[in-house]
Write a new protein. Sequence first.
Length: 106
Amino acid sequence: MTNIYGEKLDSNGYAPSILNERNGECFVCGKGGDLVRHEIYYGTAYRSRSKELGLWISVCPECHAAIHDKVDDIDRQLKEIAQMKAMLHYGWSTQEFRNRFGKNWL
């Protein structure tokens, strides 16, 4: 199975991340060890789009909790980074991004 851009999806529906993955390290703090996937745009409306378009990162459990608890505005910063990267990677305008994810984060 592939996404609309021809990227192969894994068995869980994830395209390769288009964000700068830190091989085996948390995207936020750089710590190694057990990591989990975090979809940048989550919730019922946008989680599957994040997965299919590679808008996810690997993070340690502590940073994952901090993202969802809105600690230090990490969640918003990640959304801004991901929007910029997606617009560059896919050639989207701000309006095209907004059409897919409901909001301009920049």
